[in-house]
Design a protein around this ligand. Structure first.
Ligand code: LMR
Length: 329
């Protein structure tokens, strides 16, 4: 027995020594709802690559795509509970935590992605990364996807009156709800993972998405027409639990921050390329018709949707709206 005790004692000592030399890596779970071949999917993988290269043996980043770990509706709660460390919801999905981010969903707010990028980089835009501080949520970065296109299961999708009475899937956003009501359409909030089936079975008639989401989820196979409306943006805020983040060893936090900067540059550079590529692939697939709009058509959508801005001005704040408008010049 004394030999056994000695052996146990020795292995305990060795085990402890090993534990101090090779502390288990900090596991960073990064969960998102889209496919890997999208701007967000690629950004998440880049973050893993850069973080693990910068902090060898110290962190392990686990990326979960396609809502496989947490879908919409669960991921924010999971972040706050510490079940996942990084998520990157679309800017439309923060309604319950701050009204200020509703700026990103106002229809025709940004003339193009360059304007959106300028706003995000501006002092006001950067300030918004901290808009959920009191809720324990820290914004690490903005990631681009692209401008949204409107799609439906009808042949005609040219003018605002063409969507009257139709049902549209929306992200969980009061602005987007108001947007479709303004057009006389019926919005329905649904998790991203449920959209394909809802379109396929006719639970909803249409949706709005950037090309990369339409292509990667095959929405073009269950829609008749996709109109090039560019009527709004779909971008992301990469967020973390601020308690977890602040509790990280300093070198780990600095390494993750640097990896995030690299992943952000990568995702944002790819976003335009991926959306252009996917628009072409959708055209080639020949399933949904891609409807181009004239300047007059776009002007009609713009003026039909303008009243939505007034409804949300007080909640968002005029200073933020003015700064966003200024980014268009
Ligand atoms: C959606 O729900 O349509 C998007 O927010 C999905 C995504 O993350 O791009």
């Amino acid at each position: 027995t004394s030999r056994i005790a000695a052996a146990v004692g020795l292995s305990l000592t060795l085990g402890l020594a090993a534990a101090t030399v090779h502390a288990a890596p900090i596991v960073v779970k990064f969960s998102h709802v889209v496919a890997e071949n999208t701007p967000k999917g690629q950004g998440a993988l880049k973050f893993k690559e850069l973080a693990e290269a910068a902090l060898p043996g110290k962190v392990e980043v686990q990326v979960f795509s396609n809502s496989q770990l947490f879908g919409d509706g669960k991921e924010m709660e999971a972040l706050l509970l510490g079940d996942v460390q990084i998520i990157a919801p679309s800017l439309a999905k923060f309604d319950r935590y701050t009204k200020k981010l509703q700026i990103f969903d106002l229809p025709f707010m940004f003339d193009d992605m360059a304007a959106l990028d300028r706003f995000q980089a501006s002092p006001k835009g950067q300030e918004l990364l901290d808009s959920m501080k009191s809720k324990g949520i820290k914004g690490l970065a903005y990631w681009h996807n692209g401008l949204k296109q409107l799609s439906s299961n009808k042949d005609k999708l040219v003018r605002p009156e063409d969507v009257k009475g139709l049902k549209f899937r929306i992200q969980s956003s009061d602005v987007l709800e108001a947007q479709f009501r303004q057009l006389g359409a019926n919005p329905q909030k649904l998790a991203f993972s449920e959209v394909y089936q809802a379109l396929q079975t006719g639970v909803v008639d249409g949706a709005e998405n950037p090309w990369s989401n339409i292509y990667s989820q095959k929405f073009h196979e269950v829609q008749k027409t996709i109109a090039i409306t560019n009527h709004g943006a779909l971008d992301y805020m990469v967020i973390t639990n601020s308690g977890w983040w602040d509790g990280l060893p300093e070198d780990v936090r600095a390494g993750l921050q640097k990896a995030m900067a690299g992943a952000t540059a990568h995702a944002n550079k790819l976003a335009a390329e991926i959306n252009d590529r996917d628009q072409k692939l959708i055209a080639e697939a020949g399933k949904a018709k891609i409807q181009t709009l004239s300047k007059e058509d776009v002007a009609a959508w713009r003026s039909a949707l303008k009243p939505v801005w007034d409804k949300f001005q007080d909640q968002i704040g005029k200073d933020i709206i003015d700064a966003a408008v200024a980014s268009n010049q």
